[in-house]
Design a protein around this ligand. Sequence first.
Ligand code: UDP
Length: 234
Amino acid sequence: MKYKRILLKLSGEALMGDLGHGIDPEVVSLIAGQVKAIQALGVEVGLVIGGGNIFRGVAGATKGMDRVTADHMGMLATMINALALQDALEQDGIETRVMAGIDVPKVAESYIRRRAMRHLEKGRVVIFGAGTGNPYFSTDTAAALRANEIDAQVVMKATNVDGVYTADPKKDPTATKYDRISFQEVLEKNLKVMDAAAISLCRDNHLPILVFNMTEPGNLLAAVKGQVVGTLVG
Ligand code: UDP
């Protein structure tokens, strides 16, 4: 196994399948199955889930909402997704804890780093909900932050494309995929990997990011085994 502890970042959109909005239980259960497969091999899994399938703060602010209120709504949206994932994982027999970046004690544990580490050591999947707990941030940044905090060896950024390309492969047929690329190059070329705050947090702390296609079954397993999947940024 190449990685013993990972931080998997899923966007909210990963949960909606073809629905266009909200949560598709079948898709969530497929994701749970993939997590189960790596957890069964002893990989410790932290998960950060986005909320874009339900609400994004920026969208609310564009329509005139107060940005901070809109971001609070976005963070609560990630909590809804976190609970959906927890439910699917537990139905699959995987012990799971949701830890929230904003306090919702009737719903989930508050995030406490040492407690999160303990859950991971005990083999529980830990879902970090509510992002960083602060407005103006993204769940990509939350993924970079939590990954550093829990000493994950890699941030695995699940997407629906194979990795990072020289250009948008949908617009430019000559675009090629990088197997490996440095943080510097990603920032200089403004390649869409994660937002700049997340990238610099990983770069400054030498934490690699693997961008890979999780809609391809078996990719997560292959990636933790160290097979060449997606693009490794580091
Ligand atoms: N959010 C926030 N602080 C954070 C993480 C998220 O305020 O640390 C809010 C923000 O409004 C964001 C929303 O939660 O738009 C959903 O997260 P994100 O857009 O990162 O979700 P994704 O694009 O991954 O589905």
